[in-house]
Design a protein around this ligand. Sequence first.
Ligand code: NAD
Ligand code: TYD
Length: 356
Amino acid sequence: MQNYSHVVITGAAGFIGSHVIRLFVNKYPNTHFYNLDKLTYAGNLANLTDIENKSNYTFIKADITDAVQIEALFQQYQFDAVIHLAAESHVDRSITDPTAFVMTNVIGTVNLLNSAKALWKSDAHKNAPHRFYHVSTDEVYGTLGETGMFTETTSYDPHSPYSASKASSDHFVRAYHDTYQMDCVISNCSNNYGSFHFPEKLIPLSINNIKNNLPIPIYGKGENVRDWLWVEDHARAIDVIFNGAKPGATYNIGGHNEWTNIDLIHLLCKIMDEKLGREAGSSAKLITYVTDRAGHDLRYAIDSSKLQNELGWKPSLQFEEGLAKTVDWYLQNEDWLNNVTSGNYQNYYAKQYDHR
Ligand code: NAD
Ligand code: TYD
């Protein structure tokens, strides 16, 4: 990290980004970190109250689809590294409105690449170290059958508008590395869970619904398999890769932790019955099978042995422990959850920074 002074982390008001910037701001006090975020429905500065007053942290409200604004910010702040997480991230929303995903995930990424290229190729910067780290998903690889795992050489085969937009952005990042000799790195991670997760995704949505005795919607038969990783282990992996990867490298990140959705929800119901003092089996009665998601990928599973062998990272938490910790966090942070589900968080925090 000693190589970089001004690191911009995009999307750091979101779920994973907030964990990444918290880790970096606390771990690297001599580097300044800029949280560049548009504060869409998924961005919430209440995720960052513990670091908002740190001297090496600055929030910048900006939209990566606005090329002029992004270019001006690179010139103003002289960013020497980018960790890019800003994205539209929910598959169901991508089915309803694919264009928003093309704009942010594809055009937004290209805007960042162009601004980084212009600054880093300038006379003042051309001999200094720079890095563009693009955070991507295992969903670019498509779907697996009953066996096998995604490796870094698995062919891209995206099926949802979300995964197609992420795949496209990965291709652009690689193209800028190959064509313009930019120092670019990509990681593709499996499904994350943990604190500050927006309650439209399976785990936080189900926690919220169980708490409020609402139906838990299970798409199709609940047989789809996801490979779950604790978000703080993902943040640690991003740290290790950002600081240790060779230019042009790609790493898969995952927890070797596959669950069918229905088994996961039964485990969650059991944990929540215990924590809420409910009779065993009562939360599971909320399980409601609903129409399947269009184009629903059957199974994701990540082989992260390259990352484990080359950079020494490994997941720290067993899933049962991580899920119990996550439930505790949601039950202890009712205000956060209520502000998000009511929409209040957008009024207060977003307006404070609305300078434009
Ligand atoms: P999120 O939806 O919680 O947060 C996204 C953040 O990006 C929000 O703060 C939002 O305000 C910001 N943003 C959106 N559009 C923007 C724009 N046009 N300009 C500036 N900021 C904008 O997402 P997440 O789950 O934290 O995912 C972060 C990244 O990690 C994404 O790139 C996603 O593809 C990737 N990823 C997520 C998972 C997962 O399980 N959630 C797994 C692997 C990879
Ligand atoms: P999600 O959390 O949306 O993540 P992703 O689609 O990126 O994997 O969904 C995880 C799995 O849970 C996926 O197979 C879809 C399923 N799912 C449900 O069954 N019900 C729900 O209400 C949601 C949001 C997801």
